[in-house]
Design a protein around this ligand. Structure first.
Ligand code: HEM
Length: 505
């Protein structure tokens, strides 16, 4: 039998719970949403959403309404963070509740990318993928193992640029694929007609198409997915099926390749082979290894390409910076060999040019969206559970308080001079935040820096003669520059150096 005091304890506990709930509910009622542009009933801000250069409109709203902007799209709350401090305070410091991802019906659910780390909900499987990645490339020290691979493949890039100077994107894509697939699966791509390269490239292109905001109505009205395939307007279902087949190949083919190579002891050590050897393959383990490895290519290929391409663009547009960086390379490295990672710390201007090109044009201006798992109160505002939270990285990189004259390409802002501190490192922003921060950031940093330094050492990048430069950027998650340029070896000696280095590599 319960004693009276036991009943009292229970009653008190119930009262306490009710009171706490009431306080939370009252706080919730009292706290307003952050300000933002006024929307229409039901559809909210849908009609005000920009179609391109979204970050610029979001930054303008930030000036109008305050750094934290609240929007609603057909009832879906969205919070834009226009200040890096708020992004750190929420996405980094309150990472336990800010690390989910929104559901993408077309790309994630129907095509199947929801198994890749970028779209995986925050939970046990996600943590396992990230643990695998952290073990392999989670720190600068771990990535040191892969620096010889990066150097060798970057030398091959120079040879490709020499042989096919007009195919800039294709040259860069092959290089990114060669680095990532060797690291992830010990797979060496063939220079021409590599079947796996074709599949992984196709799958990633299809992902970008599937994930383009507004491209598929089923992302706005998810229940459309349940309509039968013969129903008018459901051609997205057949497309999703085709794209799913490419994705499955992208995930399965390289994984099976590693297993076949391991069976005959012929594998090149890789992310996948190491995990297959060291993990106990129970439950979902092998599935998780396979998808974590595939996520590396999809996360790392086009981003690295866009970063190096943007660098080439800035060198074409700002020849003075190009010449000064080349002069620094010549003075440190000479012209008998190519720069290596060992030279990195001796070339502060090259480092500054590299950072300024990452800052000047933001290749992922809105990062990837985070999703808030619980109601949160911040700076007196209610950020409701289920909000899509977007760090406006493009704005952070053009914040005049951190980067005076932000539209000017000025590498010297990253040099310390006369007691002036160097500007904030853009790498603290471009790789995202919190528990979702880019797991490949150290490998990306090495790959992009090596390309910048080696390209400058042997090539001159100029505007094409007699052609007006037409510069456009792709819109969507990745802002890739599209332009023509002239890439020529700096001298006959530079040409010989490329060929001799390629033969050694
Ligand atoms: C310059 C090159 C790169 C840039 C600018 C970049 C940037 C980013 C950003 C902004 C995110 C989202 C972070 C967030 O949600 O807050 C991300 C995620 C990711 N990146 Fe990178 N990245 C680059 C290269 C790479 C490389 C080389 C790899 C792999 C080798 C990689 C793998 C990934 C993966 C797997 C994710 C998803 C992480 C998750 O959702 O938890 N990235 N990256």
């Amino acid at each position: 039998m319960f004693s009276l005091s036991r009943y009292l304890d229970i009653a008190l506990a119930v009262v306490a719970v009710v009171l706490v709930k009431a306080v939370i509910a009252r706080r919730r009622q009292r706290a307003p949403y952050p300000p933002g542009p006024k929307g229409l009933p039901i559809i909210g801000n849908v009609l005000q959403m920009p179609k391109e250069q979204e970050w610029v409109t979001f930054a303008r709203w930030g000036e109008q309404y305050g750094d934290i902007v609240y929007l609603e799209l057909l009832g879906q709350p969205m919070v834009i963070l226009n200040s890096a401090k708020d992004a750190v305070a929420l996405l980094d410091k309150r990472g336990t509740i800010y690390s989910d991802r929104p559901v993408l019906t077309m790309g994630g659910e129907l095509v199947g990318w929801k198994e890749s780390v970028s779209l995986l909900p925050y939970g046990a499987r996600f943590r396992e993928y990230r643990k695998f990645m952290a073990k392999a490339i989670g720190s600068k020290a771990q990535v040191e193992r892969y620096l010889p691979l990066v150097e060798r493949e970057t030398v091959r890039l120079l040879q490709r640029m020499l042989d096919h100077p007009k195919d800039v994107s294709s040259n860069l894509r092959k290089t990114a694929a060669a680095i990532i697939l060797t690291f992830s699966h010990g797979y060496r791509i063939r220079e021409e007609g590599d079947p796996l390269f074709k599949v992984v490239h196709e799958a990633v292109e299809q992902f970008f198409k599937a994930a383009t905001p507004g491209a598929f109505l089923v992302d706005v009205f998810p229940s459309l997915r349940y309509l039968p395939s013969w129903f008018p307007g459901t051609s997205f279902k057949a497309k999703a099926k085709r794209w799913n087949e490419t994705l499955q190949k992208m995930v399965d083919v390289p994984h099976e390749f590693v297993k076949e190579q391991m069976a005959i002891n012929a594998e090149i050590p890789s992310f996948t082979s190491e995990l297959l050897k060291t993990e106990t393959l129970e439950g979902d383990k092998e599935h998780n290894i396979k998808w974590a490895a595939a996520s590396l290519y999809s996360g790392g290929s086009d981003t690295t390409v866009a970063a190096i391409h943007t660098f080439i663009l800035t060198m074409m547009l700002f020849p003075d910076a190009q010449r000064r960086a080349q002069a620094e390379i010549d003075s440190v490295v000479g012209n008998e060999r190519l720069p290596t990672f060992a030279d990195r710390s001796s070339m502060p201007f090259v480092e500054a040019v590299y950072k300024e090109s990452l800052r000047w044009h933001s290749l992922g201006p809105l990062g990837l969206p985070h999703m808030l798992k619980e109601d949160d109160i911040y700076k007196g505002y209610l950020l409701p559970r289920g909000s899509i939270v977007i760090p406006n990285i493009g704005k952070f990189l053009h914040d005049p308080e951190m980067y005076p004259n932000p539209d000017v390409f000025d590498p010297t802002r990253f040099l310390e001079a006369d007691g002036r501190l160097a500007a904030h490192d853009p790498r603290d922003f471009i790789f995202g935040f919190g528990r979702r921060i880019c797991p490949g950031l150290h490998l990306a940093d090495a790959s992009v820096w090596a390309a910048c330094a080696m390209i400058l050492a042997v090539f001159d990048i100029d505007k094409p003669k007699g052609v007006d430069v037409a510069l456009t950027y792709t819109s969507g998650t990745l802002s890739r520059p599209q332009f023509e340029c002239s890439i020529q070896p700096r001298s006959a000696k530079a040409r010989d150096l490329i060929t001799a280095s390629e033969e050694r590599a």
